[in-house]
Design a protein around this ligand. Structure first.
Ligand code: ATP
Ligand code: MG
Ligand code: MG
Ligand code: MG
Length: 467
């Protein structure tokens, strides 16, 4: 089953169960000061999860494009992309654990066709010191579903984060209890702010026996170890507590918040541990293969970075962001310049961004018609950014190599020069230094920020003088 079909199937599945489809939020959330971009389907719905009535009712569903710039360094692995689509469904004071777990199972197993024998789940282990009991209610529903599917539940209840799943490797289905399975705005139950809601969550992983376990993540493979064999495909948060001065008390209106990674579910559906093989990403990767004349299997990391960053940039530009030196625009610039840097490494030269973006827009045109409508505008922004950075990229890289030969650690001031003269975003310059094996002086980031601030003040002063 294809990613576009799965997206539609999800919406259909939940409308059949009485949910209203709500409009997705833009990638830039103007009224949220805590973060630059929409990073989950839940984020724009927070006021309703905190108690306000939603105009569309108490059962909601959507597909939310997300951008997590915090995941940028993870891009290159088989599962993290800065941009992705999140499937979301919510119950505001209506159904709770039992129905939610069954809805999710029914969708994943009966509609998408995932193999229940390759699904792993985890539930909250409770906290004795805070008198919170383990989430046996969720575990019970999972037991029932796995048993009914004919999947052995022998090893259920065995796993905790600490013990790993040595007993369960090789495809055993496990319902693990973990103390990390808790959601609130402020971390675990002991650190959430007074007045805030929170509660346990239950996570779903898909197992890929064809992936070799990477021991650098721990001796034994574990669903949450990031070792590559298990892919987190979704989690349901059950908001059932509120923090008070005296600990936790039951929330009068309990909510469900489900978030599922569309690309990851689509990858599981085609039995690929690599999300870049799904229908929306594969054509983008193919375009990069054509442009470079190289194979994805040989230059996997570079092609993943380029595909991801250009796709994210396309969505950001369509949502009104333009490259600039600060905030949203800076993240966009950073994505584009990083993509160009990686393109340079695999000998994709002028016009790469436009060509890759063209493929990305084609891949998403049916599901997101606004991208197609904005095609000329998007390609124009990309072409301009690429022209600017290409002019100085080679010189900047040479300068970095020259500095590297001085056999001294680089300072924040060096990185500022690279930024000012060659347009290198500081994170990219640091990454390059790292690649060259050149050390950075302790406190380089603060020194860079100081240099940047000084420059801002000077340009502010000169523009005031000029008027
Ligand atoms: P992970 O542990 O893999 O980083 P997460 O726990 O941070 O994921 P959630 O905040 O629970 O992710 O988001 C809900 C779902 O969105 C995840 O279960 C996953 O399927 C998907 N998802 C999260 N981050 C990414 C990403 N960077 N790229 C693709 N899909 C993602
Ligand atoms: Mg994450
Ligand atoms: Mg996770
Ligand atoms: Mg999660």
């Amino acid at each position: 089953m294809d990613i576009n079909q799965i997206r539609q199937l999800y919406l259909d599945h939940f409308t059949e169960h009485g949910h209203q489809i709500i409009d997705r939020a833009p990638l830039v959330l103007n009224d949220d000061a805590t973060t630059l971009f929409t990073g989950s389907g839940m984020q724009p719905l927070l006021p309703y999860l905190l108690g306000a009535d939603h105009p569309a009712g108490d059962r909601l569903v959507d597909v939310q494009p997300c951008l997590r710039s915090q995941d940028i360094e993870e891009v290159g692995d088989n599962r993290h992309t800065t941009f992705f689509e999140m499937l979301g469904n919510w119950s505001l004071g209506g159904y709770f654990k039992d129905e939610q777990i069954r809805f999710a199972w029914d969708f994943l197993v009966n509609k998408v066709g995932l193999d229940p024998a390759r699904m792993y789940v985890s539930v909250y282990s409770g906290d004795q010191s805070l008198e919170i009991s383990p989430d046996d209610e969720s575990a019970q529903v999972w037991h029932e579903l796995f048993s009914a599917a004919g999947v052995s539940t022998d090893r259920i209840d065995l796993v905790t984060e600490e013990r790993g799943n040595a007993e369960g490797s090789g495809g055993a289905r496990i319902c693990g209890y973990r103390d990390k399975n808790w959601w609130s705005r402020g971390g675990g139950p002991e650190t959430m702010p007074v007045g805030d809601p929170g509660g346990p969550d239950t996570e779903i992983f898909y197992y890929f026996p064809q992936v070799e376990h990477d021991k650098s993540y721990g001796e034994h493979p574990h669903p949450n170890s990031d070792g590559g064999q298990y892919l987190e495909i979704g989690n349901s948060v059950f908001m059932q507590f509120q923090r008070t001065e005296n600990g936790l008390s039951p929330l009068p209106r309990r909510n469900v918040d489900f978030g599922g990674g569309l690309e990851r579910i689509a990858a599981a559906a085609i039995d690929s541990p690599d999300v870049y093989r799904v229908g929306t990403l594969a054509p983008i990767v193919s375009r990069i293969e054509e442009l470079s004349g190289r194979a994805y299997d040989d230059d996997t990391e570079a092609m993943r970075v380029i595909a991801d960053h250009v796709r994210g940039a396309v969505f950001l530009i369509a949502d009104g962001v333009r490259p600039s030196g600060k905030e949203h625009g800076y993240v966009l610039r950073r994505l584009l310049r990083r993509a160009i840097r990686f393109a340079h490494a695999i000998e994709c030269f002028d016009g790469t961004l436009e060509s890759v973006a063209d493929a990305a827009i084609d891949a998403y045109a049916a599901a997101y018609p606004t991208l197609d409508a904005a095609r000329t505008e998007i390609l124009g922004v990309l072409a301009k950014e690429e022209r600017q950075f290409r002019r100085t990229l080679g010189k900047g890289l040479r300068e970095l190599r020259r500095l590297g030969k001085e056999s001294r650690p680089l300072s924040g001031a060096d990185l500022f020069t690279l930024y000012e003269r060659f347009g290198f975003p500081v994170e990219l310059a640091a990454e390059e230094a790292n690649r060259l094996g050149v050390d950075l002086l302790a406190g380089w980031r603060a020194d860079f920020d100081t240099a940047m601030e000084r420059q801002r003040q000077m340009s502010r002063a000169s523009s005031t003088l000029g008027t």
